[in-house]
Ligand binder design. Structure first.
Ligand SMILES: C=C(O[C@H]1C=CC=C(C(=O)O)[C@@H]1O)C(=O)O
Ligand SMILES: [Mg+2]
Length: 452
């Protein structure tokens, strides 16, 4: 198929829709594709008027997707059990017959707790339209969900979606916002108490690690455009995942996270332990010294080690082979650097993405160890609902699935910017340094949003 401009691609998909004989289509999802010329995906997405809007950019810069609208979704707003999730996942598998069909979405940090409106505890979308870049190749994808309902109606909705597309306009230049008020939950005093509770020897003997987090609410005069903010964030930390979910004009969740939950290629799984943090140096020599100190630091090494051991233990029953022996390395970001260790596994043949999510999320990089008692502590004492912060966001498809851990993230609402940051608390954690670690983790997004 020859490469065309986006507007020509839209015309040719419209033409193909008129020629379709739906009675001959057997598959539950029909996907039409058209190669297109180079296009700035984030700017295109920001310009569109339809919702949901979803953006996904993998950590390796080789692929990027911008999706508009929904032709099918699974959405658990109030409650969800693992049994329900497992059964929905099984039903959806038949929809994923074509390798390019993807459901994009997320799972809240704690699916037993209330989450944010529109996001829910679990929400995955099969987009109506998707622009996807794979290396230098761009294509426009259109999905028709034919498993249930009226096929003619579905066809009409698809035509409407194509009709509603508007050409990409450049992103608005980034603007700093004035912060009218800042509120931290927990505040610094409460944080000190919580850190003391977690490091108290008796508690710590049973629950050696809890990742405590903080919700920083900024009241602002005018909320910034999420896609402009995400584009700036991407520029500062290009080696991170960048993604955004906007289900309505009012609310958007954006993240520029370094942390991979997992990437699955058929039965090959890549994951990692990313935990343990220090700042960047002002000079190359200072930066190198800080990195070496981080590698040599006992508390930070244990902090990372807990994550590695847990992931390896969770993967063992699901895998024929697990390799968690890669050397400990440094992952550098704009303002901070982390301890990082790659973990690989060869999955057993019958293992699916839902089982992986169930086993791996949340890791002790965002929850703690043991998982259940750390989660109980967070539920009882943290003082706010994390929603999708520290949740698992990504996409599912037949051969390839990828999820990032939604840290370094922001929920934008009218008049309010909600920022989140957490830090692994274990024996040896100092409340003041861990509080400072939260500030360091917010430094990049703060420098984009406000005069800093
Ligand atoms: C929970 C967060 O970071 C995790 C990931 C990397 C390093 C971490 C740490 O050193 O504490 C955290 O475990 C966050 O940024 O909100
Ligand atoms: Mg830490």
């Amino acid at each position: 198929m020859s490469v065309t401009s986006l507007s020509q691609a839209v015309k040719s998909l419209q033409q193909r829709l008129t020629e379709l004989t739906l009675s001959e289509v057997q598959a539950p999802v029909l996907q039409l594709k058209q190669p297109i010329d180079t296009l700035p995906l984030m700017a295109w997405l920001a310009t569109q008027h339809s919702f949901p809007k979803i953006y996904w950019h993998g950590r390796n810069n080789d692929e990027e997707a911008a999706a508009i609208g929904s032709c099918h979704q699974f959405f658990f707003e109030q409650t969800v059990t693992d049994e329900q999730l497992a059964s929905v996942y099984q039903q959806q598998l038949s929809c994923l017959a074509e390798p390019d069909i993807r459901y994009y979405g997320g799972i809240a940090f704690d699916r037993r707790e209330a989450s944010w409106p529109e996001f829910g505890r679990v929400r995955f979308i099969l987009p109506r339209l998707e622009l996807r870049r794979q290396d230098e190749h761009y294509q426009l994808l259109l999905n028709l969900y034919l498993a249930e309902g009226d096929a003619q109606y579905e066809l009409a909705r698809a035509r409407d979606a194509l009709q509603a597309l508007v050409p990409a306009a450049p992103l608005a230049p980034p603007r700093k916002t004035e912060v009218l008020e800042r509120r931290d939950t927990p505040n610094q005093q409460r944080w000190q108490q919580l850190v003391s509770m977690v490091t108290e020897p008796q508690f710590n003997a049973d629950t050696p690690k809890v990742v405590l987090s903080r919700h920083t609410q900024l009241k602002v005069a005018d909320a910034p455009d999420p896609w402009t903010v995400l584009a700036s964030w991407q520029g500062r930390n290009p080696n991170s995942f960048q993604f955004g979910f906007q289900f309505s004009p009012e609310r958007s969740f954006i993240s520029c996270t370094p942390e991979r939950l997992f990437q699955r290629h058929e039965h090959e799984l890549k994951t990692e332990a990313l935990a343990g943090t220090t700042v960047r140096g002002m000079t190359a020599a200072e930066d190198q010294l800080l990195a070496q100190q981080l590698l040599d630091d006992a508390k930070n090494s244990v902090e990372n080690q807990f994550v590695r051991t847990h992931i390896v233990n969770e993967l063992n029953p699901l895998s024929d082979e697990v390799d968690g022996n890669a050397p400990l390395a440094i992952f550098k970001l704009n303002h901070i650097q982390h301890l990082h260790r790659i973990i690989r596994a060869k999955l057993k043949h019958n293992v699916n993405d839902f089982q992986l999510l169930q086993a791996m999320h949340p890791t002790p990089a965002v929850g703690g160890l043991p998982k259940q008692s750390a989660m109980d502590f967070i539920r009882e004492y943290e003082g706010y609902n994390r929603g999708w912060y520290a949740g698992a966001c990504g996409y599912l498809s037949r051969h390839v699935s990828e999820f990032a851990v939604a840290i370094r993230s922001a929920l934008l609402e009218p008049g309010t910017i909600n920022l989140f940051a957490g830090a692994g608390i274990l024996a040896g954690s100092d409340p003041q340094s861990e509080w400072q670690e939260l500030e360091n983790k917010l430094a990049t997004i703060m420098s984009i949003l406000v005069d800093f």
